[in-house]
Design a protein around this ligand. Sequence first.
Ligand SMILES: Nc1nc2c(ncn2[C@@H]2O[C@H](COP(=O)(O)OP(=O)(O)OP(=O)(O)O)[C@@H](O)[C@H]2O)c(=O)[nH]1
Ligand SMILES: [Mg+2]
Length: 203
Amino acid sequence: MFSLFYGLWKYMFSKTEFHVLILGIDKAGKTTLLEKLKSVYSNLEGLPPDRIVPTVGLNIGRIEVSNTKLVFWDLGGQPGLRLIWEKYYEEAHAVVYVIDATCPSRFEDSKSALEKVLRHEDLQGAPLLILANKQDLNDAVSSEELARYLDLKKLDERVYMFEAVSAYDGMGIKESVEWLVEVMERSKRTETLRARAGGPASA
Ligand SMILES: Nc1nc2c(ncn2[C@@H]2O[C@H](COP(=O)(O)OP(=O)(O)OP(=O)(O)O)[C@@H](O)[C@H]2O)c(=O)[nH]1
Ligand SMILES: [Mg+2]
């Protein structure tokens, strides 16, 4: 009996936890963004940019926003490491796709890597936030320009947004996180993941 009440109590009062996958090609600024998120939303001081090295494994960052826990998974974007991305798709509630907005010569690479992500069936229905990063630099293209450059097809049914950010000065970070929380809370994808984990289909 106690365990039944405890289970119910835990279900009602424990905070929802969402998994957010941070993807993008190498040097887009994913890890710098993760460290910025930690600095903005937790007491922990994130690593300064000059101490961040290219990612080979997985970096994890946990933050809390109102009553919601977010767990960010940051993976390496070098070509040989992109094969690992799909191992994390099944458990992800949403995807943040980071693009270096100052580097048009790599937009094509970014676009094809993103299209491959979107084609994967394990990510069906996952909300997508595309970040035009490095806005602190003069030559960064805006989020609208980036959207035009990418000209993504296949976004039809997906909930998505483009946002201009800077992982250095924090521009656009709060708007991004607010959007993510809002869409994940009411996404069909979240219901599906909850049902798979054995919880009620909606809360
Ligand atoms: N000016 C500026 N530079 C940035 C910003 N974000 C990242 N950088 C720089 O871009 C470079 C790559 O940043 P990382 O965070 O390591 O990139 P990444 O996407 O994690 O790269 P991989 O781990 O190799 O996939 C570093 O020199 C960063 O300091 C930004 O918002 N503004
Ligand atoms: Mg990295």
